[in-house]
Design a protein around this ligand. Sequence first.
Ligand code: GLC
Ligand code: CA
Length: 554
Amino acid sequence: MQKKWWQEEIVYQIYPKSFCDSNGDGIGDINGIISKLDYLKNLGVTMLWICPIFQSPMDDNGYDISNYFALAPEFGSMEELRNLVKLAKEKGIKIILDLVINHTSDEHEWFQEALKDPNSKYHDFYIFKSGTEVPNNWRSMFGGSVWEKVEGRDEFYYHSFGKKQPDLNWENKEVRETLYQMVNQWLDFGIAGFRVDAITFIKKDLTFQSREADGVDGLVKCTKTSRNQPGIETFLRELKEQTFQKHDCVTVAEAPGVQYEELEDFIGEDGYFSMIFDFKHADLDIASGSEWFKRIPWTIKDLRDRLMTSQLAIQKVGWSANFIENHDQPRATSKYLLDQEANLDAVKTLGAMYFFLRGTPFIYQGQELGMRNFTRSGIEEFNDISSIDQYYRSIEEGCTEEEALHYINLRSRDNARTPFPWKNTENAGFSSGKPWLKVTEHYSEINANDQVQNPDSIYHFYRHLIDLRQNSDFKECLIYGDIIPLETQCQDVIAYIRKTEKETIGCYFSFSKEVQKELLPAEVSEIVLSTKTAIYKEKEVSLAPFQTFMAVIK
Ligand code: GLC
Ligand code: CA
């Protein structure tokens, strides 16, 4: 594919509420981000994705926007955002924002007008059905029916996510045009692009017919009826043509439900987006993103297969957005490394393994410290609406309270949302006040301050990964090289080749507790990265437990 500027970025995702609190109210804010720009610059990241910072009642922590043109006052002012964009730019860091246009908050003025007056044009900005019976049996992503009764009227409105997140009616041209205008206005503000939220939900099955139930609640997941539905292509093409295409911006879409055969339309040369996130490896431990209680056993080989299938499918048509964590996922250390979550060799190898896949690497805040999940002892300790729903739903489906708690501890989105541990001081140095969400108990052991001072830390390892990809002699191959999966002797070793016309780099990542011998396709000519003493002879490498070994081969 033709080279694009965003292929050379390293993206760092910030969950603003939990990153750094500058004024002691317990909530992270824009000035907090500004105060950490040097930290981010030193790490080496080149672009920040900041989760929603717009005005919002925060029912879903900002993914419920009540005004697209105002910021949530707890995060800061427009002036402060302008300042952040400017100061970041001076350090060579671009900013992308979260674009949430499948739904708004129920407190958005449009929805309020729609409620007040069914004859107002805003009524058709959302999806309403009149009647006294719930229109169908679709289940929302955060539990219960997708339909919520309008108070005082025989009418229901539709929400794919929480009931405070009514879906916009994309069938209405005026809705689309209003959104496009807003998108363009933000691009003119000087941001580099967007992460596009839940975009495959914008088209619904317009028959709105009930389907066969898939739970004891008699409901059916709305992913079957309102995710990536036929006809969505018209909206996505128009969105791109009316907005993104007019700017040299980057777009990374959260687009669950897209099949590999459709990738060309989404991220091909003329696709709707620059990249999309593929969640197949992220959800390998559960039946689906909204069924945490249906646990699936998996192996490193399954992880490898999912990643490689994805890489090869994407390589055919475009560019990948590589991640192992985000604000909706548990910590990667706990999820993928299980009893080895605190083994620093394993944490490093997990980091390197995904980092050198073909695509743009995304790092979620705290991942660069090797943060781990927490264990909470009661449902009242959770904030995330999805965790609360999953807890009660598991019990409804027959789990004990203990099991339900276990499942949400493993999967809660709060795992990623705990305040960032800056220091080994009270509240982990995140805030001088009481943090909005309890800090993880590990901060005396895992915090930025200690790791910055320790050259063997996970932080310095990530710094080194970034430096290798961005500044070393291997840059061309590590960024643009093709990826070719390698078969391994041991099922706990993941291996692939990165290859340009000029160079081939063999990459081996051992998740085995034993020493493993693996075959090399050719002899080693130069070591690129080895986390333990490199032991190789002719076409064989010997890998210590949890070792990363990368070498130019000839
Ligand atoms: C996306 C976001 C998630 C949010 C949901 C609804 O999945 O990543 O955090 O809850 O959309 O906006
Ligand atoms: Ca604050």
